[in-house]
Write a protein that binds this ligand. Structure first.
Ligand code: HEC
Ligand code: HEC
Length: 352
């Protein structure tokens, strides 16, 4: 639709009367979607909010993406939605080591990761970085037999005959029909706007409150031992490391290198057993831990870093010999990690 200024300018350029231009009947069309960029806290320590020019955020797109994310009708048996394995109250994880909640009921090979601050995950998605961006990732879970096992054509057919979806798609993507690309773009807009930046730590960083002495001491322990990988701000360096979970890695041919870590993608032997550093934000909500959910508690994770690190040639050098943590270090570190729980992020996203 032309703006008032454009109409006046056109009339002026045409040298004719403004009236004839304004009276030209225009095809009524859906208003352009309302584009926006989320506000980003300085405590995240990122410069801007990256988003692809081919899929800019709009209020309408995020709204639609959220509805799709929670809709079990996108699965073959009508029972599994994205939120089945990515539950908002658990920072979008599912509380089990390896999910059996997909359509087939088969156990997945990797733990459901939390979903937040993914806009900055520009070094790859999934534990091994096997997915390039949020737009292309969605077809994986929608069609995988052990996840939603759906047929994209059937999903499109369902959405077209639904009472609400056609209008929501028209508002979000006025130029495109309902198709797999717009489904995925909407889902990506929603997941890209899951931003966790309102924890106690964030308020502390902005000077809005003080830490008690334990939390302060814990912050020091974190800085001395964890920042090289769980970098402050996002609490991940977005890189791939072998943090010493195993000495050797099974490689059953049918699974195409699934247990080899980042090596599966890079074929670099220094990436054997390496996975993308997960964020420590909301870590109190996302147990069990690691790419296969092998540790049930944060204490078990600390036991690993202190006593359990396995040595092989791809181990991250700073972990050789384990991390030296005293009993007091461990207690205060856990107090600090609690400050990364973002209740307001959880509350906001649990309402739908
Ligand atoms: C049956 C459980 C299940 C369902 C359903 C599911 N996911 Fe996942 N999701 C996972 C697992 C497991 C992984 C990790 C896979 C890997 O690393 O190989 C994952 C990874 C992801 C990631 C990457 C996060 C990161 O930090 O790299 C995103 C984004 C994601 N899922 C979004 C979705 C969306 C959107 C849907 C719905 C269309 C969905 N998931 C449905 C289990 C599930
Ligand atoms: C050499 C880099 C490195 C260092 C140093 C490091 N981590 Fe990690 N951390 C990782 C990687 C990589 C993973 C994921 C490994 C996997 O799943 O196989 C991880 C996983 C974790 C997890 C599980 C997260 C989840 O969502 O499952 C926790 C908790 C954790 N680390 C805490 C810490 C703490 C606390 C410290 C400091 C005492 C620390 N890490 C030091 C790289 C590191």
């Amino acid at each position: 639709m032309k703006t008032y200024q454009q109409v006046v300018l056109l009339a002026f350029l045409a040298g004719g009367s403004a009236c004839s231009q304004i009276e030209t009947p225009e095809k009524p069309s859906t208003p352009r979607p309302e584009l926006f960029v989320p506000e980003i806290s300085s405590a995240l320590q990122v410069r801007d909010f990256p988003q692809p020019s081919r899929n800019p955020l709009s209020k309408e797109g995020v709204f639609l993406g959220k509805k799709l994310f929670f809709d079990p009708n996108l699965s073959a048996n009508g029972k599994v939605s994205c939120a089945t394995c990515h539950q908002p109250n658990l920072a979008f994880t599912d509380g089990v080591a390896l999910s059996t909640k997909g359509v087939s009921g088969n156990k997945l090979h990797r733990h459901s990761p939390p979903l937040f601050n993914l806009a900055w995950s520009t070094t790859g998605l999934f534990w091994d970085g096997g997915a390039i961006d949020l737009e292309s990732l969605n077809f994986g879970p929608i069609t995988h037999p052990d996840e939603m096992a759906a047929d994209l054509k059937e999903i499109v057919a369902y959405l077209i005959q639904d009472k609400e979806y056609p209008l929501l798609f028209e508002r979000a993507f006025p130029e495109s029909p309902i198709q797999s690309a717009t489904i995925s773009r909407a889902l990506a807009q929603y997941t890209r706007t899951l931003i966790s930046q309102t924890s106690k730590y964030d308020s502390w960083k902005k000077g809005e409150l003080t830490f008690n002495s334990q939390e302060l001491a814990g912050y020091q322990v974190y800085q001395n031992n964890c920042t090289s990988c769980h970098k402050e701000g996002l609490f991940t360096d977005l890189k791939y490391h072998n943090n010493g979970l195993d000495e050797t890695y099974p490689d059953p041919p049918a699974l195409e290198g699934l247990f080899l870590g980042r090596f599966r993608i890079s074929f670099d032997s220094l990436d054997l057993g390496a996975y993308k550093t997960p964020s420590l934000r909301n870590i109190t909500l996302t147990a069990p831990y690691m790419h296969d959910g092998r540790f049930e508690t944060l204490n078990e994770v600390l036991d690993h870093y202190q006593f359990g690190v396995k040595i092989n040639h791809s181990l991250a050098p700073q972990l050789k010999g384990g991390l030296a943590l005293s009993q007091k270090d461990r207690l205060v570190l856990l107090e600090f990690l609690k400050t990364l729980q973002d209740d307001s992020f959880i509350d906001t996203n649990s309402k739908h």
